[in-house]
Design a protein around this ligand. Structure first.
Ligand SMILES: Nc1ncnc2c1ncn2[C@@H]1O[C@H](COP(=O)(O)OP(=O)(O)O)[C@@H](O)[C@H]1O
Ligand SMILES: [Mg+2]
Length: 287
C-alpha cells in the first residue's frame, strides 16, 4: 500500500548573540533578501523590541495594529488568541515580516508565568510553516526569553560576531549559555554558522579613502598590529566551535540599504557585503 507522507520543507533559523551591534539584524535581513531572490518564500520574525528588522524592511514599528507582542500575549490566560497569519505583512523586497515594536518589552514578564514558556514561539510559528521555505528569526541582544524561544523554535542557529575587544570572552559565554539552554529546556542547540561582521583585513571597519587615511592616524601602528593579531586569534577560536565561518566586510551600502527599507540583495548586491551575504545564502540553501 502506498502511503503519502508530507515532508516539511521549511527551515527555521535564529540569529543570536547576547551583545548588540554584532550584525544579527543585518545578517537576518540580507540573507532573507538573497533567499527571496532565489525564488524562496521567506518570513522574517522580529522578536526584538527594538524592531530594527521591522524598520529595516520599510515598516514603521509605531504603525502596527498587530505585532509579535499580541502573539506572545495571546498565549497568556485572559488575552485574545490570534494567529501569526493575522500579524504578517508583505514588504517591498518580497520578504514577509511578522513585525514587532517596543510593546514587546511588556510581554516578557508575562512569559515567566507560563510553564512551557521556551516553546511559545515554536507554537506561534505552526500556522506559517506550510507557507514558507524559510523562517528567519531576529532576536534581541540578550539571553532572555525571546532569544531562548528563537533558539528552541529553530533548526539552525547563526551567531554573529564583531571585532569588539571582548569578542573572545563573549564566545565562551555564549557556548556556556547554549549548553545551559540544552540542559534546562532539553532542546539541542547547535551553533551551525558564524558570521564575522565588518571583518576587514588590516583596517577594522574601514574601506577606500577611510582606510587610506587611517594609516596616517595618530594611533600607534604597533597597537594596530596587536589588534590584528587578536582578531586573527579570535577567528581561529571561532573556527573551533563552528563548522562554517564567514567574514562579511564593511560596506557603507549596508546603512544606505537600511535607510531605504531594503536588504542589500535588492539595494546593492554587488557591494562587498552584498557578495558575502549572497555566498552565505547559497550555503544556507544546502542545509
Ligand atoms: N557589513 C557591514 N558594513 C557596514 N555596516 C554594518 C555591517 N554590518 C552591520 N553594520 C552596521 O552595524 C550596526 C549594527 O548592526 P546590526 O545588524 O543592527 O546588529 P545587531 O542586530 O546585532 O544589534 C548597524 O548600524 C548596521 O548598519
Ligand atoms: Mg538587531
Amino acid at each position: 500500500m502506498y502511503i503519502h507522507v508530507e515532508v516539511e520543507r521549511i527551515t527555521i533559523i535564529t540569529f543570536a548573540h547576547h551583545k548588540g551591534g554584532t550584525g544579527k539584524t543585518t545578517s537576518c535581513l540580507n540573507i532573507a533578501g538573497f533567499l527571496v531572490k532565489s525564488g524562496k518564500n521567506v518570513l522574517v520574525v522580529d522578536v526584538d523590541p527594538q524592531a530594527n528588522a521591522t524598520s529595516g524592511l520599510g515598516i514603521n514599528p509605531d504603525s502596527l495594529h498587530v505585532s509579535m507582542y499580541d502573539l506572545f500575549m495571546g498565549k497568556c490566560p485572559g488575552y485574545q488568541t490570534i494567529t501569526i497569519i493575522d500579524c504578517i505583512q508583505k514588504t517591498k523586497s518580497g520578504i514577509d515580516i511578522a513585525p514587532s515594536n517596543l510593546e514587546l518589552v511588556g510581554a516578557e514578564p508575562f512569559l515567566y508565568t507560563i510553564e512551557d514558556r521556551a516553546k511559545m514561539l515554536s507554537e506561534i510559528l505552526v500556522p506559517a510553516k506550510n507557507r514558507y521555505d524559510y523562517i528567519l528569526i531576529d532576536t534581541p541582544p540578550s539571553m532572555g526569553q525571546f532569544v531562548i524561544n528563537g533558539l528552541v523554535a529553530s533548526d539552525h542557529t547563526v551567531v554573529t560576531f564583531d571585532r569588539g575587544v571582548f569578542a573572545l570572552q563573549g564566545l565562551h559565554t555564549l557556548m556556556t549559555i547554549f549548553s545551559d539552554i540544552r540542559e534546562i529546556v532539553g532542546s539541542r542547540i547547535t551553533p551551525d554558522l558564524a558570521i564575522l561582521t565588518r571583518w576587514d583585513c588590516n583596517v577594522a571597519g574601514k574601506s577606500g579613502i577611510r582606510a587610506f587615511f587611517s594609516r596616517f592616524s595618530l594611533r600607534d601602528s604597533s597597537d594596530r598590529v596587536k589588534e590584528e593579531v587578536m582578531v586573527r586569534e579570535f577567528e581561529e577560536e571561532v573556527r573551533k566551535y563552528f563548522n562554517l565561518v564567514y567574514p562579511v566586510p564593511y560596506s557603507r551600502e549596508i546603512y544606505e540599504a537600511q535607510k531605504a527599507g531594503l536588504p542589500i540583495s535588492h539595494f546593492a548586491p554587488e557591494s562587498p557585503a552584498g557578495k558575502a551575504y549572497s555566498v552565505i545564502a547559497e550555503v544556507i540553501q544546502k542545509w
